[in-house]
Design a binder for this molecule. Structure first.
Ligand code: 16G
Length: 236
């Protein structure tokens, strides 16, 4: 099945097999793929090679990892898992722009059902509701509503979120950030979004729903954002 003499890397040959299995529907959309141990035996290669092959397909969005339960054939191509988690402030700084935030709301409340589910918390756990218009060189780029369990960001102040939420978490709290899962869809700006982003009504908007995790796998933030399509580009 695998040609170890071939100049084609082994992990790549395994990926081709997996792609074929999916194409021929031997492995069906939404279903779990065999465990690493079984694949190791089946392909007669090391676990490292299997991991490399599977990780590559996860990065491409063909497979999806679900915490604690295994790896699945992805349902939707649009749901691209992003590996790197980047703070808005850092992103702007990397591009030589000055990041700023207008805080439109900041208070503590109980989570909605969706938020509790996404953050894996009980309905009576307090969360911070943080709503900000994010600016780069004073131009509005995005509206972001972040929901963060209070227990993970106890003591968070307006000054902190004026600057960087992620810096507060990493530096002041000392919690390393992990990865995130997010979905992106295109919508047209309604009146309120258009006015907050200083755009004409019906302008293209990238709407993002995202859960960011700490390195230890605990969900940190459930965020819904609207990015001005004309001012922002996502790449993977
Ligand atoms: C990014 C994140 C957002 C996070 C923010 C923290 C996306 C789509 N959004 O904008 O979830 O809250 O960074 O930025 O990646 P900060 O550290 O500057 O507050």
């Amino acid at each position: 099945m695998i040609n170890k003499e071939s100049p084609i890397p082994i992990y790549y040959q395994i990926q081709e097999h997996i792609r074929k299995n999916i194409k021929q529907q031997k492995w069906k959309k939404g279903e779990a793929i065999p465990s690493e141990r079984i694949l190791t035996e089946q392909f007669e290669v090391s676990r490292m090679t299997i991991r490399q092959a599977v990780q590559g397909l996860v990065d491409e969005g063909i497979l999806t990892r679900k915490r604690g339960s295994g790896t699945y054939v992805s349902n939707e191509k649009v749901e691209q898992p992003l590996k790197v988690i980047t703070s808005f402030t850092k992103l702007m700084e990397q591009r030589g722009k000055k990041a700023a935030s207008n805080i439109t709301d900041f208070y503590i409340r109980k989570p909605t059902e969706t938020e509790a589910h996404q953050l894996n918390i009980d309905a009576d756990t307090d969360v911070y509701h943080i709503e900000r218009i994010r600016l780069g060189d004073e131009i509005p780029i995005a509206i972001e509503t972040s929901i963060v369990p209070v227990k993970l960001a106890e003591g968070l102040t307006k000054e902190d979120i004026q600057h960087s939420l992620y810096e507060f978490i990493e530096v002041k709290k000392g919690y390393p950030l992990g990865d995130a899962k997010q979905s992106i869809e295109a919508i047209a700006a309604n009146k309120q979004t258009a006015s907050q982003l200083d755009l004409p009504v019906d302008s293209p908007i990238l709407q993002i729903e995202r859960v960011a995790y700490l390195k230890n796998g605990v969900p940190l933030e459930y965020v819904r954002s609207q990015y001005a399509g004309s001012r922002f580009k996502f790449y993977l």
